[in-house]
Design a binder for this molecule. Structure first.
Ligand SMILES: N[C@@H](CCC(=O)NCCCC(=O)O)C(=O)O
Length: 253
């Protein structure tokens, strides 16, 4: 049985401030390979090199990964300010239409951190540029100091909608996760259903209403220690199963 082939979104990166590359966190690749039991291939976030229809035809699913650069606020009708930080416009221009196309076609998609924010913006939602500046909110950013393990350590609970898809996957309505993001959902998009919140009310888990396929996204980083984490593993297992079922249906059609 051929394993599902999964596109993992790349990110613009400069080596030594002079050599442009597309980068992808290794944990995303290992989580998809080891837990989804799938072949993980990096898709360069370069709209000029990719055709949306071809990507949807070639891949059995996509993971839209985390990334430090933010979605440009003009993608959700707002004007950039210094608070909005750095951008990756090529990634915006590929991932937002690709997410919509995958959902329409029933191609399974999983969003992580920036990818979670892309799901919301792709369906008409908006973002806060800096969660920690909002009254009553925590600082959700990656700790500035410490080891990489400390930066990806569990940080807060997330309360999930009872009877929702995420509770069904995790087997609990409260889960413990890491947190490495500065931005977050301000207004949920028209078809964006928020199923999970942090203790300060920040949206942390969403699904796309009416999606024929797997279309879930989380604000935290489940790819970290995915094979062993009791929250990450079932999420990637569910994603892998959704891709196998979707691929079998497409082959049978
Ligand atoms: N840029 C967005 C999304 C944050 C994100 O995806 N973080 C993952 C990378 C972690 C790091 O390298 O800092 C935001 O800040 O909300």
């Amino acid at each position: 049985m051929v394993r599902p082939v999964v596109g993992i979104s790349g990110n613009a990166h400069m080596i030594n401030d002079e050599y442009a590359v597309q980068a992808c966190g290794l944990h995303n690749l290992y989580a998809v390979s080891e837990v989804c039991e799938a072949t993980a291939l990096v898709v360069p976030a370069l709209p000029d090199l990719n055709q949306i229809d071809e990507l949807c035809a070639v891949f059995d699913g996509f993971v839209f990964t985390g990334a430090r650069p933010n979605i440009h606020p003009e993608e959700y009708g707002e004007t950039a300010t210094p608070a909005h930080g750095d951008f990756d416009r090529d990634r915006d221009r590929l991932t937002l239409p690709l997410i919509r196309a995958c959902v329409e076609r029933g191609v399974p998609v999983l969003g992580i951190c920036r990818g979670f924010q892309e799901f919301n913006v792709a369906f008409g939602g908006t973002l806060y540029p800096e969660i920690r500046d909002l009254p009553g909110r925590m600082n959700h950013r990656m700790p500035p100091d410490g080891t990489i393990e400390e930066k990806f350590a569990h940080r807060h609970d997330i309360t999930l909608t009872k009877g929702g898809m995420f509770e069904g996957i995790f087997g609990s309505d409260v889960v413990l996760t890491n947190s490495l993001h500065g931005q977050g959902i301000k207004e949920a998009g028209e078809r964006v259903v928020v199923e999970g919140h942090a203790p300060d009310g920040t949206p942390e888990a969403i699904r796309i209403e009416g999606a024929p396929g797997f279309a879930l996204a989380v604000q935290w980083h489940p790819e970290w220690n995915a094979a062993n984490d009791p929250v990450s593993r079932p999420l990637f297992e569910a994603f892998g199963q959704a891709m196998r079922e979707s691929a079998a249906q497409r082959r049978a059609a």
